[in-house]
Design a protein around this ligand. Structure first.
Ligand code: SAM
Length: 292
C-alpha cells in the first residue's frame, strides 16, 4: 500500500511527480514527519464527532491525518497549483473538501453553515503560512465563529509571544490582545528539520481555547486593543510615560492619569509588561469612565 502523504518518501515523490517548487512567498514548507502530524491531531483531541477547518493544506499531509479522525474537514488553500495534487492525494477520503480561497478573504460563518452539520464540535487545526500568522489568528478570533479548540503551528518566536505571561520579555500587546480571546499554551516544539524544504526557523504548536471566564469586560474591544498598543509603545519606559503618550502631557491631564492609576491601584512606576490582562481592562474602563 502507498505510504501516507506526510512520510518523507511520499512527500518527495509527490513533489517530484508534480514538479512542485515550494513557493516561499506563500510560506510553503511541507511538514513531513508522521509522528509530528499525528501529535498535532492529538493535541486538538480530534474525534469522529468533530468538524474541522484547516488553513493551507499544501499537499495534504495534515489533511489526511485529520480526515482519518474527524467527521469532516474543510480546508482553505490559496495556491491553485496545489488543487490537482490534493485531488489525487486525498482521493481516498470522502469527508474532505478543499476550498481554493485566501483565508483572509473567506467568509467563515457562511462556509461553516454551508459545509458542516450543526451541533458538532468545531475545531481549527493548521500548519499556518507563517507570513500571515497574526492576521489569520486575529481574524479567526474576532470572527463570529466560536471554535471549541484551535491548534496551530507557527514559528517559535511568535508562539512564545502569544503564550507569554506578564513579566517576561516576550510579553507584549500581541500576548494581551490574543489572550483576551483565548487561553494560550505551547503544546510542543517542532524542529526545522521536519519540513521539506526546511525553513530557517524552528516551530511550535500552540493550543488556543476560547475563554469564557474573564472576570471583567472592557467597555469596547477595539478600545482595549488600542489602549494596550499605546501602553506598549515604548516598552522600556514606565506605564506613566506611555500613558502620557496616549492621553497627553498637560498638567491637568497628568493629574487625571495619576488619579485613575490610584483608583485602580496600579503604580505608575511599573513597566507595561508587568500588567495583567485584567489590569489593562480595568484601566481602559477607568480612563473611559473618567472621560479621558
Ligand atoms: N499543511 C501543509 C503541511 O503541513 O505540510 C502545508 C503548510 S504550509 C506551511 C502553508 C500552506 O498555506 C501552503 O500550502 C500555502 O500555499 C498555504 N497558504 C498560504 N497563504 C494562504 C492564504 N492566504 N490562504 C490559504 N492558504 C494559504
Amino acid at each position: 500500500s502507498v505510504p501516507e502523504i506526510g512520510s518523507p518518501a511520499r512527500t518527495k515523490a509527490i513533489l517530484n511527480r508534480y514538479r512542485l517548487v515550494a513557493k516561499k512567498s506563500l510560506g510553503q514548507n511541507f511538514l513531513s514527519d508522521l509522528n509530528i502530524l499525528r501529535n498535532i491531531v492529538s493535541a486538538a483531541d480530534v474525534t469522529d464527532q468533530d468538524n474541522v477547518i484547516e488553513i493551507g493544506p499544501g499537499i495534504g499531509a495534515l489533511t489526511e491525518q485529520l480526515a482519518q479522525r474527524a467527521k469532516r474537514v474543510v480546508a482553505f488553500e490559496i495556491d491553485e497549483n496545489l488543487l490537482p495534487v490534493l485531488d489525487e492525494t486525498l482521493l481516498p477520503y470522502d469527508n474532505v473538501k478543499i476550498i481554493n480561497q485566501d483565508i483572509l478573504k473567506a467568509n467563515l460563518p457562511e462556509v461553516i453553515k454551508a459545509e458542516f452539520e450543526a451541533g458538532h464540535p468545531l475545531k481549527l487545526v493548521a500548519n499556518l503560512p507563517y507570513y500571515i500568522t497574526t492576521p489569520i489568528l486575529m481574524g479567526v478570533l474576532q470572527s463570529n465563529v466560536t471554535f471549541d479548540q484551535i491548534v496551530v503551528m507557527m514559528q517559535n518566536e511568535v508562539a512564545d509571544r502569544l503564550a507569554a505571561e506578564p513579566g517576561i520579555k516576550a510579553y507584549g500587546s500581541l500576548s494581551v490582545v490574543m489572550q483576551y480571546r483565548a487561553h494560550i499554551e505551547v503544546a510542543f516544539r517542532v524542529p526545522r528539520t521536519a519540513f521539506i524544504p526546511q525553513p530557517n526557523v524552528d516551530s511550535a504548536i500552540i493550543r488556543l481555547t476560547p475563554r469564557t471566564d474573564l472576570p471583567v469586560k472592557p467597555y469596547e474591544d477595539k478600545a482595549l486593543f488600542g489602549f494596550v498598543k499605546g501602553c506598549f509603545a515604548h516598552r522600556r519606559k514606565s506605564l506613566w510615560n506611555n500613558l502620557q503618550g496616549i492621553f497627553g502631557k498637560q498638567p491637568e491631564v497628568r493629574e487625571r492619569i495619576a488619579a485613575v492609576l490610584e483608583q485602580v491601584g496600579i503604580s505608575r512606576q511599573l513597566r507595561p509588561e508587568r500588567l495583567t490582562l485584567v489590569n489593562f481592562i480595568e484601566l481602559v474602563n477607568a480612563f473611559h469612565a473618567d472621560g479621558l
